[in-house]
Structures are given as C-alpha cells and as structure tokens.
Design a protein around this ligand. Structure first.
Ligand code: ADP
Ligand code: MG
Length: 588
C-alpha cells in the first residue's frame, strides 16, 4: 500500500461528513454566510425537508467574479484577513462550508456585487461561471442533497422532522440577530427590527408575554457581560428547546453556559424542567476559543469557572428579586397543636437520616402483610378515611393506627413528618404525590374512548409538525390525533376516564420531540412521558401544605400500589421505628 494524497472531491466529501449532517446544517452554514455578508433580509425555502432543494437568498454585499470562483475552493475564506485565529469576529472562518456542501449536492450560486457589470452564476459541479441577471445580494441553491452519497441519504429523517430541524436553526439565528429579517418557506416570519422581546415572542410563543425577567449585568472589570431575558420560575418547558444562548453573538449549546443556567435555577425548578431564556454572554474574543467543533456550538473558555460563577451569581440575584414575596410568606408557619418544635426535630432528622446510623428500615410495600402484622396492624384498610372527609379537629388520633400515621408537620417545605404508635415517618411530599398521580393515570389507560366532538388544541405550526411525527406512538397508547389545519391538533380518541390537560401534554410532547429531533423519548413509551407529566403536576418540594393536605397525601400513598417508590425509583418515605430512636437516645 502506498501513501497517496487524496483528491479534492474526496477530501471535501470527508469534510462534509463533519459540517454537513442534514438540511439544517446546510441552512445554518448558508444563513451564517449571508449574515457575514452583511445581509439584513434572508429568505429561506426548502422543499421536501430540504432533500430536494434548499435556497437561501440574501441582500448582502455579494461576490465579484473572482471571489465567486474562489468561494468553493477548500479553505478559501474572506473572513480571516490577518491570519489571527484568536480574533474571530465572523460566524464563518474555516472556508469549508461551500466546498463541503458542493461535494454532496448540486449547488449553484447567483450573486451580484456592486462595481460588477452584471451578476454572475456559478455552477459548482462544473466550476463554470457565466453572467446572469441577478442584481442584488446572493442566492445559493442546493439541490439533491446527498444524492451522490446514498449512505448519508439513508440517515435523513422524514420531511417533517427535517423541516423542524431547519426551523430550529433559523430560530437560533433569528434570536441572535433581531436586526435581520428571516422568512422560512413563506410560513415562519421573523421580521426585521423587532425588539428582543418581540423576537422572543415570535420564536417562543405568546405564553412568555409578561413573564420574562430582563438581565443586564457586567462583571466588575467589565470583562464579562450578560444581557437578555430569563423566564420567571413559573414559566418553564419540558425540554431545553426554548433556551437560546449566545457567546459573543454566536449561538452555542455550550456545557459551561447550560450548566450555569441550570445551577442558577436549581432551587426554584425541578431538574427535569427547563427555564426559557435568550442570554447573550460577551467577553473579550481572546478569552474564548470558538474554533472547537466544526458546527461551532461548543466553545472553550479560558476561565470556565469564572464564567460559570459570573452567570450563576447574576441570574440568582435576578431571580431572588422576584422571589421576595414568597420568601416573606415562608416565615408564617402553619401552627397547630400537633406541630412539634420543628427546629429541634429538623436537626435531629438531619442526623438520623445522614446515613451513618443504619437505623431506619426501608419503606414497607403495601402488601407486605407481615410488616404490618408484626406491628399489630392486622388489617389497616379498615380504618381508611376518605380524602376530603377529614375535619380539622378530628385529625389527632384517627390516623394513629394507619401505616403512615398522622402528619405532625412539614419541614423545609419539602418533607412531611408523621407518626403512628410505633414509628416516626418522613415522607418526601413531591415523590409521594408524583407516585400517586402516576398510578392514577397509568391504571386508567386501557380503554379507548372515541370523542363525539374532537378536542382541538391550538399550537404553533412547528409544534403541530413535531407532535405529528409521533402520532403513531400516541395512537398505540390510546391517543388518536391528527393535524387540524396548520396550527392545531385534533384529538379524536383518548384513553377513557383520563382527565388530563391535553393541551399541556401535547405541548410538552412537542417540546421534547423538537429537542430530540425525533421520537427517541417517546419510544420509551407514553408511560414514561406520563411519569414525567405526573411529576410536573405533583405537589412540589417547596410547596407549603396544611395538615389536611398532608394527611390526605399520606392516605393516598397508602392506597397506591408500589407507593414506597416514586416513578424514578427514589424512596417516597422512610419509617424510623421508635425503638431505633430509643437506641439513639440510649434508652434501650
Ligand atoms: P467561510 O464562511 O468559513 O469563510 P464558506 O465556505 O462558508 O467559508 O464561504 C467561503 C467564502 O464565500 C466566504 O468567506 C465569503 O467570502 C463567500 N461567501 C459565501 N457565501 C456568501 C454570501 N451569501 N454572500 C457573500 N459572500 C459569500
Ligand atoms: Mg461560511
């Protein structure tokens, strides 16, 4: 075997493997080029999800004949005039996109540049350039993508899914540049000159109105700045689809920034929920390396921990400003005769549950008869008291015989403390409620009920497209839907007896599908989706409960199959026998 230098067309096809993954990545490269050319109007049209044709038209400065000829050469770029890779101010700089795209498609460029006698058209396949009547800006047309590389073609998803990915790319760039107008397929419009908030509303949906918090922070040395908007904690999505992050104007999905955002919301949002944001981080270009991945969504910060701390601190401060009300409410505690001295018990619990003592037993399963028999509960269901029938004054002793006993208070707005004759019981209120909601939904999912009048859920066009890509899986789970015009979904059949907020469920499915591009998540069965759904609709950690609510929750969990574990496998409650307390206090 002798060593040979690969011919250009092969080199380009190999590079295309990195840069050109799907129609969305083609659109990204072409739109970035249009932005780099100073365009403020960009019109994108794709046919068959982009596989038949992609066209990007801009009103930028165009190319003269000489530049046009060079533009499709490998590593030909106008954007690194001074050979300085540490000072990248354009979106592009590798000079790879056009030759790569040309190697896996039929590409033509029409362009006009001031000073030229006429426009020029380049056929990238033959390299031929001829005069044309194009008279402003540039149009790049990419046809038959991957037709010559069938292996790549096979990996393209359905037209709908590819269209969605293209839309996500356009949205990301549209969020980066409100000063530029974007149109996709004459259907999605992001008009030029919107304010950031207006652009966010076009991109994320009307539900954000009045619920975004403005961020505007500078580091002391002014080396770093963070501007934009983040959502109030009550506004959240089921995926990160509406998180728009920019480093020096470049859209990124960088883990330092994403991690900092998550950390900032840690106390106010569940880990499976995602705040919305449009955040622009700016720093000296010399302190960040954007030349990391060809798709350029990851960056390297010179001082990642510094950046992270800066973002967390400023977002937390901003969120804290809005939380003052609820913090004040926290100090008024529920006061009942049953309440024990929480400050002492709080300390105690920390010790008892810190893990070192091995004192508490695992939560018993409801059907673990021997557990209850040993403790003198021959048939605890006899004493069952129905939710909602608890009169405040009778709470005291009625529940003392129940497996989870009677509530005596709440600690950290997170755990319920309860006691029965033999035990101290600690219940994770969120996990408990999640379990109950999930079981309720799950055990009712068998019968399908056709609806006389379909339920119509209005959604953004892209959400409709997203949900429709998983219509078959939903059908398998008893939910029969179809698109209803461009921006609504109609539900024709649903699992009988289910009383869900369908609009909300469909929206969160849309979020997830759009994030994952396809149905990975949903392949894990609607049940998993339901588990998450149940979780989102459960009593949260951080929610104050009164005695009745606490006791009702205890009774519900006793009556739930596998009530001892939440849907994600965490324990719902721990039972600490009083005999173990005796050991702690050296009474035995
Ligand atoms: P890069 O963007 O990294 O420079 P590309 O292969 O994407 O590399 O583009 C090569 C060159 O072609 C660019 O540097 C630019 O000079 C020119 N070019 C590409 N698209 C356009 C456009 N829409 N308008 C004007 N010039 C363009
Ligand atoms: Mg480029």
């Amino acid at each position: 075997m002798s060593v040979r230098v690969l011919p250009d067309f092969l080199v380009n096809q190999i590079a295309a493997g990195e840069v050109v993954e799907n129609p969305a990545s083609v659109v990204k490269e072409l739109v970035e080029n249009a932005l780099d050319a100073g365009a403020d109007q960009i019109v994108i049209d794709i046919v068959d999800g982009g596989r038949t044709s992609i066209s990007v038209i801009d009103n930028g400065r165009g190319m003269n004949r000489e530049d046009l000829a060079k533009s499709i050469l490998r590593h030909a770029t106008s954007k690194l005039p001074d050979d300085d890779l540490t000072n990248i101010t354009y979106m592009g700089f590798r000079g790879e996109a056009l030759p790569s795209i040309a190697s896996v498609s039929d590409m033509t460029i029409d362009t006009y540049c001031a000073g030229e006698p006429n426009g020029w058209q380049l056929n990238a396949g033959t390299g031929e350039i001829k005069p044309c009547n194009w008279d402003s800006g540039t149009r790049i047309k990419v046809e038959n993508l991957f037709a010559r590389t069938p292996a790549r073609l096979k990996f393209l998803r359905g037209d709908r899914a590819e269209t969605m990915s293209v839309l996500e790319v356009v949205k990301r760039l549209a969020m980066a540049r409100q000063d530029v107008g974007f149109v996709l397929n004459n259907k999605w419009f992001f008009p030029k000159g919107q304010s950031l908030l207006e652009r966010m509303t076009s991109v994320m949906g009307d539900d954000i109105v009045g619920r975004m918090l403005e961020v505007n922070s500078n580091s002391e040395s002014s080396e770093l700045s963070l501007t934009g908007f983040v959502s109030e904690p009550t506004l959240r999505r089921a995926s990160s689809v509406d998180q728009f992050l920019f480093v020096n104007g470049r859209p990124v999905k960088d883990k330092v920034v994403v991690g900092a955002l998550r950390a900032a919301y840690m106390d106010v949002m569940h880990a499976r929920e995602f705040p919305l944001c449009a955040l622009f981080l700016r720093l000296n270009p010399r302190n960040v390396d954007v030349n990391v991945s060809p798709a350029k969504t990851e960056v390297h910060f010179l001082e990642p921990s510094h950046v992270r701390a800066f973002i967390i601190k400023n977002l937390r401060e901003r969120l804290a400003e809005t939380m003052n009300d609820s913090v004040q409410n926290k100090s008024e505690n529920i006061n009942t005769p049953n309440q024990m001295n929480l400050s002492t018990s709080d300390n105690f619990i920390k010790h008892a549950t810190s893990g070192g003592y091995g004192l508490y037993v695992n939560a018993p399963q409801r059907n673990d008869k021997s557990f209850f028999a040993n403790r003198g509960y021959s048939d605890f269901t006899v004493n069952k008291v129905k939710t909602g029938e608890i009169a405040p004054n009778t709470v005291d002793n009625v529940f003392d015989d129940m497996p989870l006993g009677r509530a005596i208070g709440q600690i950290g707005d997170k755990y319920i403390l309860a006691t029965n004759q033999d035990n101290l019981i600690i219940i994770d209120q969120h996990a408990a409620h999640e379990r109950i909601t999930y079981e309720r939904v799950r055990t009712h999912s068998i019968k399908v009920q056709p609806l006389l009048t379909p339920i119509v859920v209005n959604m953004r066009a892209e959400d409709v497209v997203a949900v429709m890509t998983v219509a078959d899986e939903l059908k398998a789970s008893g939910l029969v839907i179809d698109s209803f015009g461009d921006d609504a979904i109609a539900i024709f059949e649903k699992p009988a007896d289910w009383d869900l907020n369908w609009a909300e469920l469909l929206h969160s499915i849309a979020d997830e599908v759009r994030e994952n591009g396809h149905s990975v998540q949903l392949n894990e069965k609607l049940h998993l989706k339901l588990a998450n759904w149940a979780c989102h609709h459960s009593v949260r950690a951080g929610q104050k409960l009164d005695m009745n609510q606490m006791n009702a929750l205890l009774r519900d969990i006793e009556n739930t199959t596998r009530g001892g574990q939440c849907n994600h496998g965490r324990p719902v409650y721990k039972i600490i026998p009083i005999s173990d307390l005796d050991i702690i206090f050296e009474r035995s």
